[in-house]
Design a binder for this molecule. Structure first.
Ligand code: VGL
Ligand code: ZN
Length: 207
């Protein structure tokens, strides 16, 4: 049984949001088109406390894009985004919510970031995602959403580690691209780890 994982399709990650991904809203139509062909659809939701330590404003003298050590891990500093209960944290309104079976929240611990829908960045705490999938008898997952080079990438890498046959729906992804080539490298890394890259039509391609 196959599931679709929609990664962080939230207001703050689309144009107009605080951590807007270029053309990020283009993934909404792809999600809406694909959802009816899956028996199980899970959406992840980045869900940070207002003082989350991935926010640049929490660190005097540092700016967005700087990298600091947070509890021993490299942490990119972001603009405040997806703060619990704010409009920016809501799933995009145009996303067909009725088709989403479960929502998995992540990034709730102020001291550690969580790009993956499965684990925090230190791989210490697990979310309910893997157990939700297993309970439903899911053995393969298709993954798409925002952003290619962060949350999609780490969700895909963990899905593979967790033993799911994993496909990346490239046309349904857009990236942050802090550095030019980040998205291309992320897709290569996912494929190297065992993901199959495919558009919904089954063609392979990168974007
Ligand atoms: C994301 C940066 C910070 C993402 C989330 O959804 O890719 N990126 N938080
Ligand atoms: Zn975040």
């Amino acid at each position: 049984m196959k599931a679709l994982i929609l990664v962080d399709i939230q207001n703050d990650f689309v144009p107009g949001g605080s951590l807007a991904v270029a053309d990020g809203d283009a993934v909404i139509a792809v999600a809406n088109r694909l959802m009816p062909s899956y028996e199980f659809v899970v959406a992840t939701q980045d869900w940070h406390p207002a003082d989350h330590q991935s926010f640049a404003r929490e660190h005097d003298g540092f700016s967005v894009g700087d990298v600091i050590k947070l509890d021993g891990l490299d942490q990119v500093l972001w603009p405040a985004h997806c703060v619990q209960g704010t409009r920016g944290a809501e799933l995009c309104a145009d996303l067909d919510r009725n088709r989403i079976n479960e929502i998995v929240r992540k990034g709730t611990d102020r001291n550690i970031d969580s790009y993956s829908g499965f684990f925090d960045n230190g791989h210490q705490k697990e979310t309910v995602l893997a157990s939700l999938l297993r309970k439903r008898g899911v053995t393969s997952v298709d993954v798409m959403g925002l952003a290619t080079d962060y949350c999609v990438k780490f969700t895909v890498l963990d899905a593979i580690r967790e033993g799911f046959a994993t496909r990346l729906i490239t046309e349904g992804c857009r990236g942050v691209e802090l550095k030019e080539g980040d998205c291309k490298r992320a897709i290569e890394e996912m494929c190297q780890a065992g993901a199959k890259a495919a558009t919904s039509e089954g063609k392979t391609g990168a974007r």
